[in-house]
Design a protein around this ligand. Structure first.
Ligand code: EPU
Length: 417
């Protein structure tokens, strides 16, 4: 579904909303299922566009995917086809992970170079160098990576210069069926990656240290199918909490893991929100005028880059000047022009975003840009005077299941055209 999101701002959001499993975990679980033939069950999977695209990638390599509500069953063949199609991989960066899984299963893979959101250069050199260390040879022809491990995959010591989520996952997927032990140093520690490791362990993988910066993987001969419930989406939770705060309302998010949002909640408190947590819920009440606060995005447990646009939208109406430093991506700033069109006073200088708080935003017609930008612009529109129309609304469908109905259930005057 494409089209626009139309929001008439000014209504404080009130109420309770549940979140589903994390996009950035469910997509990886889908790829991980390729590591073992048989019938896998992945629960708590959001009904989003990226999951549908990944389903098509899996079907192309020979698996069959059946969805029943939020439960996804994946039947993986004994011998997958080692090729992921260009037109699908181009649409979604997470599909590069089939590289590690297909190499582990078949000793070869042909995968197009990935696309995804436009945040500046997003190379995959860490993925490739790590796999090379494990015995993979690469040849890039006409935009397609031809990968082969003529002598199989062999465990080794890999140390990343940056804790890349995707590179850590790709090596993990390759290492679980490799010969010997693979040690991943400076590994990413994101909860979605820990969740992937838990699923792999249910399949029979031997993994120590997931969730820390050193992961040790002892390769096994064969894995079996498993059932796993996807970890709750901290980004979906965080987005609705900021939306509630921006609208001067009070929103409770259920079915989430508040400990995965510690830094984001700390920043909301610094900005003047009241935050209350229980084991699986978070309630945030927004102030009339947020206080200016400074944020630096960092790998987990630091402030998540995928919550940066939403917080910038919130701080655009703060009583003072805030500085948000983006340390993960070189170019996550396209949406700033759209916020300024709504009356915000924001400029980017290198990796820094300087936000001078304004009293009011006003609705107008803007472009969605990418998943989190579209969410951030919706957040701004919830407080803006008058009507905002966000075009390219399909961006939110990539990452949020039922974005518009969920906000409407909290009282937002919002619709999809
Ligand atoms: N990087 C390299 N070389 C590599 C790999 C990464 O230079 O080989 C750089 C990237 O260019 C980027 C930084 O390292 O500047 C971090 O990239 P990372 O590999 O950690 O990110 P990713 O795996 O491509 C995932 C999420 C993103 C999220 C990042 C950071 C998925 C499908 N995507 O991307 O999510 O922003 O981790 O946490 O898991 C989103 O959900 O909206 C989204 C973009």
């Amino acid at each position: 579904m494409s089209g626009s999101i139309v929001i008439n701002g000014g209504t404080p959001l009130q109420g309770t909303i549940g979140v589903l499993g994390a996009k950035n975990a469910a997509l990886k679980h889908m790829v991980a299922s390729l590591l073992a033939p048989g019938l896998h069950t992945i629960e708590n999977v959001p009904g989003i566009l990226d999951v549908a695209i990944m389903g098509q990638v899996l079907e192309h390599v020979g698996a069959s995917c059946v969805t029943d509500g939020t439960t996804l069953q994946i039947d993986v063949p004994e011998t997958p086809n080692p090729e992921a199609p260009l037109e699908l991989v181009r649409q979604m960066r997470a599909s590069i992970l089939v590289l590690g899984a297909l190499l582990a299963r078949t000793g070869e893979a042909r995968v197009a170079l990935p696309g995804g959101d436009d945040f500046g250069a997003r190379p995959i050199d860490f993925h490739l160098r790590g796999l090379e260390q494990m015995g993979v040879e690469f040849d890039l022809r006409h935009g397609v990576l031809h990968a082969a491990a003529p002598n199989g995959l062999t465990g080794t010591d890999i140390f990343f210069e940056f804790p890349s989520v995707g590179a850590t996952e790709n090596i993990l997927l390759a290492a679980v069926l490799a010969k010997g032990t693979t040690t991943i140093g400076n590994a990413a520690r994101e909860p979605e990656l820990t969740d992937l490791a838990e699923y792999l362990m249910k399949m029979g993988a031997k993994i120590d240290g997931a969730g820390t910066s050193t992961i040790e993987v002892h390769g096994v001969e064969r894995l079996g199918p498993a059932t796993h419930r996807t970890v709750p989406d901290r980004l979906e939770a965080g987005t609705y909490l900021v939306a509630g705060a921006m609208s001067r309302g009070e929103v409770t998010v259920t079915d989430c893991r508040p400990e995965h949002l510690r830094m984001e909640l700390k920043k909301l408190e610094e900005a003047g929100c009241d935050v209350a947590i229980t084991e699986h819920t978070v309630t945030v009440r927004g102030p009339d005028i947020p206080m200016a606060t400074d944020i630096a995005t960092l790998p987990y447990p630091g402030f998540h880059t995928d919550m940066h646009p939403q917080m910038v939208a919130f701080l655009s109406v703060a009583g003072g000047t805030s500085l948000v430093t983006e340390n993960i991506y070189s170019g996550r700033f396209r949406y700033l022009g759209e916020l300024n069109r709504m009356g915000a006073d924001i400029h980017a200088d290198g990796q820094h975003v300087v936000i001078r708080g304004v009293e009011n935003l006003s609705g107008c017609e803007i472009d969605g840009c990418d998943i989190r930008a579209a969410a951030a612009l919706t957040i701004a529109a919830l407080r803006a005077d008058g009507v905002t129309t966000i075009n390219d609304a399909q961006h939110v469908d990539r990452g949020y299941d039922g974005f518009v109905p969920k906000l409407a259930s909290l009282g937002a005057d919002i619709r999809r055209t």
